[in-house]
Design a protein around this ligand. Structure first.
Ligand code: GLV
Ligand code: MG
Length: 312
């Protein structure tokens, strides 16, 4: 049994940029974009015949590229294919020192996370890497994954995020829509509320981040903002971006507004003063017309924390 790694699993992930692992031009371009995270894809953005070559293209890009300031992730193929173990072995042996996480798609149960954790440990030991440093991101993309999401979220100390994969999920439950992330016509309410909340509760139970998946109408930035805004309002930490045009929108939507950030800092300062001896050691106090207490402090800390991480 290895000790959990002493790394912070809570990295900024407002914008998580998908980059096809088989396309060196995109791999080059991604390095210059202001995304918090990049994930180099061996799964659905990579054609079956291109997957083997893409493993090596990704290793070169991770080792030779400049990814300063970005969380570096590789999405491997899911365990029902025959590609997964070679994806992991090739990428982690080749570029494990320059890689932060492996993203596992279509996760269906906790055992699939445990299997990846064990494989990563074997490779880290073999290669002399720090054991446990490489994290895991789990995509929930079908009903079984969602039903098992609590166990999945608690399956390994390597886990950093639970990600909603709307495209595969919509297909898996027979949702009557072809527009990924948009509401299915005819329902009249938010068809994703239950799914997003379910994922968010599992993630928060284990101190993981919750990430919303792609929005495929890449020219419709207003539509992207609206869908991202719903996830952000619930408490999600970030969303995938498939196109440079979506990066700025994601960074904005998942950061607090300047007004909210300033107000949060004000609450924290006021609460600190009022609870101190000099301020009368009070349990609750007034800030203008607003009553603040310990719960207000916690809420303000969330907004202030996101703002500070965004450099506000
Ligand atoms: C992402 O992988 C999705 O299926 O939406
Ligand atoms: Mg998918």
């Amino acid at each position: 049994m290895t000790a959990p790694a002493p790394v912070s699993r809570l990295r900024p992930r407002r914008s998580c940029l998908a980059v096809p692992g088989s396309n060196p031009r995109f791999l080059e371009k991604a390095q210059g974009l202001p995304a918090d995270q990049v994930f180099l894809d061996l799964e659905d953005a990579c054609a079956p015949l291109a997957k083997e070559g893409a493993r090596h293209t990704i290793v070169e890009a991770l080792n030779g590229g400049d990814w300063t300031g970005k969380t570096r992730v590789v999405r491997v193929n899911d365990w029902t294919t025959h590609w997964t173990y070679r994806d992991v072995v090739t990428v982690v042996e080749g570029a494990g020192a320059n890689l932060d996480c492996i993203m596992l798609p279509k996760v269906q149960d906790a055992q699939q996370i445990v299997a990846l954790d064990l494989l990563l440990t074997q490779i880290e030991k073999t290669m002399g890497f720090e054991v446990g440093r490489i994290g895991i991101e789990a995509q929930i993309e079908n009903a079984k994954g969602l039903v098992n999401v609590d166990a999945i979220a608690g399956a390994s100390p390597r886990l950093e995020t639970i990600i909603f994969g709307p495209a595969d999920f919509m297909a898996s439950i027979n949702m009557k829509s072809l527009v990924v992330g948009e509401q299915p016509p005819g329902y009249g309410a938010d068809a994703y509320h239950y799914i997003l909340m379910r994922i968010l509760m599992a993630a928060r139970t284990y101190d993981l981040q919750a990430i919303d998946g792609p929005y495929l109408q890449i020219k419709n930035i207003d539509g992207y903002r609206e869908v991202a805004g719903r996830a952000a309002a619930l408490g999600f930490d970030g969303k995938w971006v498939l196109h440079p045009g979506q990066v700025e929108a994601a960074n904005e939507v998942f950061s607090p507004s300047q007004e909210d950030y300033d107000h949060a800092e004000l609450i924290l300062d006021a609460y600190e003063w009022h609870t101190s001896e000099a301020g009368g050691a009070k349990g609750s106090a007034m800030l203008g017309d607003e009553m603040i207490d310990e719960a207000s402090r916690k809420m303000a800390l969330v907004i202030a924390g996101k703002g500070r991480a965004a450099g506000m």
